[in-house]
Design a protein around this ligand. Structure first.
Ligand code: UP5
Ligand code: MG
Length: 207
């Protein structure tokens, strides 16, 4: 597809910050302009479980250890998902202006991915950054862990995810901050409060 015909919003924030929850609600709001959410972690988990995947065990190990899967794998999955979304909608009556609009949830979370995606796929319009404290993140993840079945929702993996977030992802947020692209939203409040703030950022980015 024509990479010039996409608008991308990167969605970042610590583990459990509410990226997935907020992206789902934003897609409902902005469905009229065919906004799609591409959750990088979910794409990786699906690839991990796909029969015949050559990356299954690599992905599983990274997720459990809270480390970042090599960027080639994630970028390929994202590019494929963008292509599929664009192709499907060309057949229907969506995307009448031919533009794909994507919230990329949980990516790029390391500098190498950020540089590579910007260079080879497309530049993001804005980085929606959900910030809150580690205490809030931990509590949310432990609550979710009771029912999520996610292999990384346990105290040991969560601590490793926090470490990776600080080491690998904070530099990405600083990098885009220096480019003036980051819109920071405090995600400590209720889902509704955070949603109101996030929706304003997306509205500004799409208009
Ligand atoms: N919740 C949400 N908002 C709330 C609010 N305002 N008040 C109270 N509760 C709130 O939310 C987490 C929990 O909190 C939920 O139970 C929710 O109901 C509640 P969620 O929306 O799921 O938060 P999210 O930020 O999406 O948390 P997630 O755990 O998905 O974040 P991670 O960034 O850790 O997970 P992700 O799936 O993106 O990545 C997992 C792993 O994949 C990574 O550790 C890494 O190993 C790998 N990965 C890569 O290698 N490369 C990538 O590019 C992406 C992932
Ligand atoms: Mg998520």
């Amino acid at each position: 597809f024509d990479h010039g015909k996409v608008t991308v919003i990167y969605v970042l924030g610590g583990p459990g910050a509410g990226k997935g929850t907020q992206c789902a609600n934003l897609v409902k709001d902005f469905g009229f302009c065919h906004l799609s959410a591409l959750p990088a972690g979910d794409l990786l988990r699906a690839e991990q479980n796909r029969e015949g995947s050559q990356f299954g065990s690599l992905i599983q190990t990274c997720i459990k250890e809270g480390t970042i899967v090599p960027m080639e794998v994630t970028i390929k999955l994202l590019d494929n998902a963008m292509q599929a979304a664009m192709a499907e909608n060309r057949l229907g009556d969506g995307w009448q202006d031919g533009r794909g609009r994507f919230l990329i949830d949980g990516f790029p979370r390391k500098m190498d991915q950020a540089v590579k995606f910007d260079e080879t796929v497309c530049l993001s319009s804005v980085v929606l950054y959900f910030s809150t404290t580690e205490e809030v993140l931990l509590e949310r993840l432990l609550v979710r862990g009771k029912t999520s079945g996610r292999e990384d929702d346990n105290v040991e993996s969560i601590k490793k995810r926090f470490r990776t977030y600080k080491l690998d992802t904070m530099p990405v947020i600083e990098y885009y901050t220096s480019q003036g692209k980051v819109a920071e939203v405090d995600s400590t409040g209720t889902v509704e409060e955070v949603h109101a703030l996030a929706a304003q950022v997306v509205r500004d980015a799409l208009t």
